[in-house]
Write a protein of this length. Sequence first.
Length: 389
Amino acid sequence: MKLAGRVSQVKPSLTLAIAAKAKAMKADGIDVCSFSAGEPDFDTPAHIKAAAKKALDEGKTKYGPEVGEPKLREALARKLKTDNGLNYKAENVMVTNGGKHSLFNLILALIEPGDEVIIPAPYWVSYPEMVTIAGGTPVIVNTDSSTGYKITAEQLRKSITPHTKLFVLNSPSNPTGMVYTLDEIKALAEVVVDADILVVSDEIYEKILYDGAKHISIGSLGEEIFARTIVSNGFAKGYSMTGWRLGYLAGSTEIIKAASTIQGHSTSNVCTFAQYGAIAALEGLQDCVEEMRLAFAKRREVMLERLNAIPGLSCPKPDGAFYMFPDISKTKLKSLEFCSALLEQQQVAVIPGIAFGADDNIRISYATDMATIEKGMDRLEKFVRTVSG
Ligand SMILES: *Cc1c(COP(=O)(O)O)cnc(C)c1O
């Protein structure tokens, strides 16, 4: 049997592979400290679950409009206005099976062979793969700690060619946890408008911020940039709803129409009763979001202090999300070697930076309890001391 060529062009997710190995070790009774999670460790808040249960009991179990329940689209349009300063109508918003699906729909609707998509590295694993599946060319722009792992306006300008169609912006960032400032976003917006390209803003971590950092939606900075922006977001991270598969995409009527045509021929509507949970998430009290954020904030303090006390590692302070992205280059190990040896020798699971296009780093998630953080950091310290001789 000959599989389609596009399969050989994409790599299976390395993040899932390490997490799977750690899980298998745990199942064998091995005491593994896992920092590989890309999801909050909290249960979904009760009022959100209750709303979905109620919808289920009321028989909201049929096909719905492929673009989402009208009530949810309206609630999303209000949210985008209030939280993000974006002037969308309900018709500019579609509900998807998660933030990942939002991006996939968008890229399939927009990108074709010959199109270039600018992706700053370190990047979220799926961005380049999605572009490749669509037949486009991912243009990776490397960043380092000197700019806080953020692409500068100058770097963006230099990467644009006549084939550039789209720029992918992710703030707060997975894997680095970095948050772009207002000035940085303004400068990037200027480049996007000057070059007349599009930007997709992945804002999935917008609610998880620390030390007074502010989330800026690039599309809120003026009419010209608004017209060139598509927003991708979802409920997974902020509301701890990863398994619900609920996301949304917002943009011009033309783009939303095209993306919904793609969705209409693939998944159709998102699980109908789950969408009622999403309405409750948006319209209910936001205390649950703040409680989770405060728990993350405490863990972040502890982990960062422990990490930076390990000779041979250095880690800038992240302002958002729930990841640390320390530099391991002083150990002279490449990221995959580092992670395999760490898992074997000290039973600690972290993700190799190579998965995000950054081979001198590892990603450590602090979406786990404090006891695991303390124990895991002890083990990591022992490991780094051993490999550094
Ligand atoms: C988790 C994540 C998403 C989307 O996740 P879904 O579960 O599909 O909603 C999108 N972008 C980034 C950067 C993420 O980390």
